[in-house]
Ligand binder design. Structure first.
Ligand SMILES: Nc1ncnc2c1ncn2[C@@H]1O[C@H](COP(=O)(O)OP(=O)(O)OP(=O)(O)O)[C@@H](O)[C@H]1O
Length: 258
């Protein structure tokens, strides 16, 4: 795939709620083969930008394209159908389904058998279900979660639940993966596992964007980082460049004038 063609791009994205400008004309480019960080203080607009990319929010201004195709008219489901998937700040697994079944949900857009197959043991439906099961098991095994497949989400510690959610997001081989605070609520050991897992997910075709407050995680996995403050980008660059940017230091550490 042509790397430039598979870029997720926003131009002039503007979003307001009741006259309050939450995103102020953002230009942004998320490239395949890179892990891009999106950081900024609470309320800066990070999740709102994710919501614009997935179609949950309709920005009043600007355009969003993936691989050159405008996404503006597409519903969240249609964008998911194009392989644009996200995880949420809070774990959103179905409590009454096993870990394996939760992961299989991530494959549903690739499941073509009709409703009849759900009730009758038709060969095509059986074949597809078996294939889904195998793919879900393999994806769990890739992140070291094979032993958890038969358990219910509530039987897992929070860190593993988060990893399961990420497996569900990636099992369908998305083209764009948006992760909203994947390390929220994790202890140090779980965050280390997650860091390793996220590094392993990167592929040349995958656009991966991570919103995260854990700076060690962001700095260690990201190729480029955007810094958002009050709905505007104040910096963008490599982790080293962003870490040393005076404006970023001021936002995160404050200055004597603040
Ligand atoms: N549906 C909504 N209705 C009204 N205001 C909203 C809505 N969604 C977001 N906002 C406002 O937009 C601003 C940005 O919120 P957002 O959740 O995008 O920030 P964030 O950078 O993700 O913050 P955090 O790091 O705390 O998750 C906040 O002032 C928030 O109150």
């Amino acid at each position: 795939m042509n790397a430039d063609a598979a870029t997720l791009q926003g131009r002039g994205i503007s979003l307001s709620f009741g006259g309050i400008k939450v995103l102020k004309g953002l230009d942004v480019e998320f490239r395949p083969g890179e892990i891009t960080g999106l950081i900024g203080p609470n309320g800066a607009g990070k999740t709102s930008l994710f919501n614009c990319l997935t179609g949950a929010y309709r920005p009043q201004g600007g355009t969003i394209t993936y691989a050159g195709e405008p996404l503006g008219g597409l519903s969240p489901a249609a964008r998911a159908g194009k392989g644009i998937v996200r995880s949420f700040q809070t774990v959103a697994l179905c409590p009454d389904l096993s870990v394996l079944e939760n992961v299989m949900i991530g494959l549903s857009r690739k499941f073509h058998a009709g409703w009849l197959d759900a009730f009758l043991p038709l060969p095509r439906g059986r074949r597809e279900r078996n294939a889904m099961r195998e793919a879900a098991l393999a994806a769990l095994a890739d992140l070291g979660l094979a032993d958890a497949a038969a358990l219910m989400p509530g039987q897992l510690p929070p860190g593993m639940q988060r990893l399961v959610e990420i497996v569900r997001a990636i099992v369908g081989r998305p083209s764009v993966l948006l992760l909203d605070e994947p390390a929220a609520g994790l202890n140090n050991a779980e965050t280390r596992d997650l860091t390793r897992a996220l590094r392993n997910l990167a592929t040349p075709d995958l656009v991966m964007v991570v919103v995260e407050h854990d700076m060690d995680l962001v700095m260690s996995i990201c190729d480029r980082i955007y810094v958002l403050n009050f709905g505007e980008f104040v910096a963008c660059g490599t982790p080293a460049a962003v870490r040393n940017d005076p404006e970023v230091v001021r936002i995160y550490l404050g200055s004597d004038d603040d």
